[in-house]
Each structure stands twice: as C-alpha cells, then as structure tokens.
Design a protein around this ligand. Sequence first.
Ligand code: PLP
Length: 416
Amino acid sequence: MQFSKFGNKFSQHSGITQLMDDLNDGLRNPDAIMLGGGNPAAIPEMLEHFEDLSRRMLDDGSLVAALSNYDGPQGKTAFIAALAEMLNKTYGWQVTSKNIMLTNGSQCAFFYLFNLFGGQYDDGSFKKILLPLTPEYIGYADSGLDPDIFTSFKPTIEHLDNRQFKYHVDFDALEIDESVAAICASRPTNPTGNVLTDEEIAKLDKLARANNIPLIIDNAYGVPFPNIIFEDVKPFWNENTILCSSLSKLGLPGVRCGIIIAQEEIITALSNINGIVSLSPCGVGPALALEMIKTGDLLSLSETVIKPFYQKKAKRSIELLQKAIPDNRFKIHKPEGAIFLWLWFEGLPISTKELYQRLKQRGLLIVPGEYFFIGSDLDWDHTRECLRMNYVQYDDAIARGIEILKEEVEKAYAES
Ligand code: PLP
C-alpha cells in the first residue's frame, strides 16, 4: 500500500519503537525485570486517594458529567480557571484562563509545539528546535512532520564527589541564529535526572528573548505537581515561556492530560490545532485534578507523598548500585529529580546498545543511552557509555536487576 509523506514518516517501525515494544511487553517473560519504561510508580497512598476521589465524584455526579460531555478545544474551563488561580497564588504569576490549554497528554503538546515552530516556513526557510543540552527526552525524537527539526549541543560535565557527575549547558558553544525557532529543555530532565539551575534558566530565557523566540520548558516532573524535584530551584514562567505540565507523573498517565501555559496568541493557535486533531481534550483528568485543587490535595500530596517517595527510592538505588559496582569508571548523574538514574560506564568497550541486548537475554530491561542524544551526530564515546534506569520498581526487583547489570558490565570491561 502507498502512504503519503506523512504516512511514511509516522508509520515507520523505528529502532525506538522496537525498543519501547520490548519494554512494554516485558519480553513476554513474567520474570523480566523492567527498569526501562517511564511508567510512574504505583504509590499506595496515591492509588488510595484516586480510588476515594473517584468514588466521591461518582456519588456527586461529577465523574459521569466529565465522562458524558465534550469540553471545548481549549479544555475544561473550570479546571483551567482554578489552575490559573492556584499558580498565581502559589508563585505570584499573572496567568489568566487565556494563558492555559489542555491536550491529551503532554506528548501530544510537544507534537503540536515542535511543528508549530519547527520545519518549513512559507518564505522557504527551515527552522529548528534547539535542545541546549542533550541527552534529552527520547519522546521528542520522531515528532517532527519534517525530518531533522532538532539541533542540539553536548553538555559540559561537572565531576562531583561520591562517583557522581552533573551536566551543564555549554553556553560557550551554544549558537543561535535565524534558523532556530524555539529552545526546549526538560526540567527535571528525562533521562538524566538533571535539573537546570536557576542561572541556566535565566540565561536561556535571556537568549530566547534576544533572538525573539520562545523558551519551552518541559515540566512533566516539576513543580508544583508532581514535584519530583529534589533541588531547591525556582519555578519559571513569563510571557516568552511555554511551560508544559502533565498529570501523568502524579500517578494518572491513563487520563492523558497535558497542560500548556503560554502567551495568549500561542494558546489560541494550539487550541485551534486541538479542535482539528481531537475536537477536545479528555475531561476526566481535569475533573479529578479540579477536585484536588479545591481540597488542596494536589499540592500537599505532591509535597508530602510523591516527592519523598521518589527521593527515597533514588537514594536507595544509588546505594545498591555503588555497593554492587565499586569500579571507579562507573559514575551516576546526580539525581536531582524525575524517576530515572543515568548511569555512565566510562571506557566501556562495547556500546550500551550491545549491553542492552546482553541484559535483555538475562531478563533485565534498561534503556541504552544512545537514543537520547537527539539532534546531533556526535562522535563522542560518552553517547555509547550511558544507560537510563528507572527506579520505580519494588526494591527486590531493583536489587536483582543491579546484580545482573554488575555481572554483565564486569564481563564487558574484561573484554577490553
Ligand atoms: N516529557 C517528559 C520529559 C516525559 O518523560 C514524558 C513521559 O514520560 C512526557 C513529556 C510525556 O508524558 P505524558 O504524555 O504522559 O504527559
């Protein structure tokens, strides 16, 4: 069958789709240890909260109302108004309902945004999305209607105590010209757990303004919800910023709710796209979140349940990893947020794609780092020496996984 250009691009079974299939079906092996995917943890207090909340909303009719009605293309009005009020109260921002719209998951928001700004323009020019620091979120990689809509820069590496390191934006290398349409960074970053410092964000904001382009900040793990951020950094928004949040990492990936906060012109454009692509975004997540704003649970559960849960898990996983693999060539990116650890095996004689295959043979699934260096053809050994491990699984699965990883890494190093 013949497909259009769009069809050919988006129907391909790319390497990453294959990888995600692997991760998703757990190798069809019930004993597989899944330290790969991005599903949030099943936190018992959160599950209980969602159960109670759904029951209450069934009783008062608001859940069935959300199930049985379309919202407008901008998304549920009452939730948008309550969110604007909450953000203004919490951070002193001056956001109105005209600055917020909803999508079916923030993945969908990035598809809209990257294609709103990146790609072919009427004047014949071609513009790209600049990722100021790779590795960056794998989900961006294939989202352009046009190929090659990303350009990116490698980071500088700060070596820290305790076999940890941290990436920074290399502002000396960063070049922005008229071929760049927007800057985008996830904060906290999937896959590394890096959190761009306040200073880095301020510099990116300045650069964006100076070049008259927006700064897109992917806040899927950030504040005020789900608040999986362990550094004391300031939330950031202004009229030139496009801030994208999500209900997924709160524990609600199934409701597919993404939230975009931006200047009115962009919100209007994106709402129109929403209307064409999906009529209106799903209303169930916003209905649940509206109740959580009214009761104060959205902020308090993020702060007192979600954040400490992941922080404890990250700490425990690092202890297990460092004890199991005492080799000085093994380093971990400082975990500053999100739900992953980024592991660096310096000088590993095989690529992490090869290591991934060997680990898979032994029933352990961890994502090889190569896939996260989007928008560049870097000839840099580092891109083949890192793995992304999620730490949301139960402790005994993580411990078994680390044991397998240790054995396979030792074997690989012995091959040099
Ligand atoms: N951004 C980042 C950094 C992510 O890690 C994810 C999902 O893992 C998303 C965006 C998309 O999430 P969702 O579409 O569930 O909101």
